[in-house]
Design a protein around this ligand. Structure first.
Ligand code: IMP
Length: 174
């Protein structure tokens, strides 16, 4: 069985959209205590581009999560493998996610962070698959809405492969 990588969203289209999101976040967070929370591993590429598109002082934190699931679906049981390095009380938290699929992971993270009493908490996701939603969460900043397909690249993996592809792509087997 051979696999083909088919581009769904090009490097250029991602770059243009990330710049727009950065401009919007810059306007809305001026004068506030912005903390970007990069959800590892999938968001590492998106966070590094988004951070450089935001023209404000900020902190960047990394959160390690592992969600147990079978194959390409999540169970919603989220384990924190690496916590934030500092308290977030009184700060303006922007969680940066690669993709919101069922919504279970981000719902869990919102519940967790709310207990730490930040001043505000919002979500920025590069991708959303609305057809797979199991729990509705507000997505304050969104890159692209996509169909129900498993995607890789720009940080996203399939069994730890393809994270370094510069575009968002589909893996097709034949
Ligand atoms: P959710 O809890 O179902 O919303 O899933 C969130 C996590 O599942 C994401 O942060 C990704 O790590 C992973 N995931 C969901 N869909 C995809 C996909 O199409 N490609 C790669 N990873 C995915």
């Amino acid at each position: 069985m051979s696999q083909r990588i088919v581009t769904l969203i090009s490097e250029e289209d991602i770059a243009a959209r990330v710049k727009e999101l950065g401009r919007q976040i810059t306007e809305e967070y001026r004068g506030r205590n912005l903390v970007l929370v990069c959800v590892l591993k999938g968001s590492f590429v998106f966070t590094s581009d988004l951070a450089r598109a935001i023209d404000l002082p900020m902190r960047i934190e990394f959160l390690g999560v592992r969600s147990y699931g079978e194959g390409t679906t999540t169970s919603g049981v989220v384990q924190i493998t690496q916590d934030l390095s500092r308290p977030i009380e009184g700060e303006d938290i922007l969680i940066v996610e690669d993709i919101i699929d069922t919504g279970l992971t981000i719902a869990h993270l919102l519940d967790l962070f709310r207990t730490r009493r930040p001043n505000s908490i919002k979500v920025c996701a590069l991708l959303h698959k609305p057809s797979r939603t199991r729990i509705q969460v507000p997505i304050d900043y969104l890159g692209f809405t996509i169909k129900d397909a498993f995607v890789v690249g720009y940080g996203l993996d399939w069994a730890e492969k393809y994270r370094n592809l510069p575009s968002i792509s589909l893996v097709e087997s034949d």
